[in-house]
Design a protein around this ligand. Structure first.
Ligand code: HEC
Ligand code: HEC
Ligand code: HEC
Length: 132
C-alpha cells in the first residue's frame, strides 16, 4: 500500500499552491477602482440616478456617448429620452460632466485602471478641477 496520509497531505499542498493566484485575486478585487460619486451636483440630486441604470452605464456608456454624438452631429437632435422617458440635454460637457465634474476621480480612475484613454477631451472641455 502507498502511504495514504502523505498522498493526501501532498494533494492539499498541491491544491493550495495552485489555487493561490485565485484566492489572492479574490482579496484584490477590492483594489478595483472606486469611481467617486460625491460631486456637488450628484450630492444635491433627489434621486441618485445616472442617465440610465448603473449597470447600463457601466457597460454601455461608450456606446451611449457615440449615439449621443451621432444624434447631434447627424440628426441635429439634442434631446435624449431615457428608458423611463426622462429627458436629458445631449451634451458631454454640460450633462455628463455637470454631474461627473470630478473627471480625475471618476472617468479617469476607471480608464487608467483599464488602460483606455478616450481622446474626447482634446476637443471637448474638461470640467475645471483643483489640481492636486
Ligand atoms: C443627473 C446626474 C448625472 C448625469 C447627467 C450623468 N450621470 Fe453618470 N451617474 C450619476 C449617478 C448618480 C451615478 C450612480 C448611479 C447609481 O448608483 O445607480 C452614475 C453612474 C455612472 C456610471 C457608472 C459608475 C459605476 O461606478 O458603476 C458611469 C460610467 C456614468 N455614470 C457615466 C456617465 C456618462 C458618460 C454620462 C453622460 C452620458 C453621465 N454619466 C451622466 C449621475 C449622473
Ligand atoms: C466604471 C468604470 C468607468 C467609469 C466610471 C467611466 N468609464 Fe469610460 N470606459 C470604461 C471602460 C472599461 C472602457 C473601455 C471599454 C471597451 O473598450 O470596451 C471605457 C471607454 C470609454 C470611452 C470609449 C473610449 C474608446 O477609446 O473607445 C469613452 C468615450 C468613455 N469611456 C467615456 C467616459 C466618460 C466621459 C466618463 C466619465 C463621465 C467615463 N467614461 C467613466 C470604464 C469607465
Ligand atoms: C476633433 C475634435 C473632437 C473630438 C476628438 C471629439 N469630439 Fe465630440 N464633438 C466635436 C464637435 C465639433 C461636435 C459638435 C458640437 C456641437 O454641434 O455642439 C461634437 C459633438 C459631440 C457630442 C454631442 C454634443 C455635445 O456637446 O456633447 C457628443 C456626445 C460627443 N461629441 C462625444 C464625443 C466623445 C465621446 C468623444 C471621444 C470618444 C468625442 N466627442 C471626441 C468634436 C470632437
Amino acid at each position: 500500500m502507498y502511504n495514504g496520509g502523505k498522498i493526501i497531505a501532498g494533494l492539499i499542498v498541491f491544491v493550495a499552491f495552485f489555487a493561490f493566484p485565485f484566492y489572492y485575486n479574490l482579496g484584490r478585487a477590492n483594489a478595483r477602482p472606486e469611481p467617486k460619486l460625491n460631486t456637488p451636483v450628484i450630492m444635491g440630486l433627489a434621486e441618485k440616478k445616472c442617465v440610465e441604470s448603473r449597470d447600463f452605464m457601466r457597460a454601455e456608456h461608450m456606446q451611449l456617448l457615440n449615439d449621443w454624438r451621432d444624434s447631434v452631429v447627424r440628426d441635429n437632435n439634442r434631446i435624449y429620452s431615457n428608458a423611463e422617458g426622462k429627458k436629458f440635454n445631449i451634451s458631454l460637457q454640460n450633462t455628463c460632466m455637470d454631474c461627473h465634474s470630478n473627471k480625475k476621480e471618476f472617468c479617469d480612475r476607471c480608464h487608467n485602471y483599464m488602460a483606455v484613454k478616450p481622446y474626447c477631451f482634446s476637443c471637448h472641455i474638461e470640467p475645471k478641477e483643483d489640481k492636486s
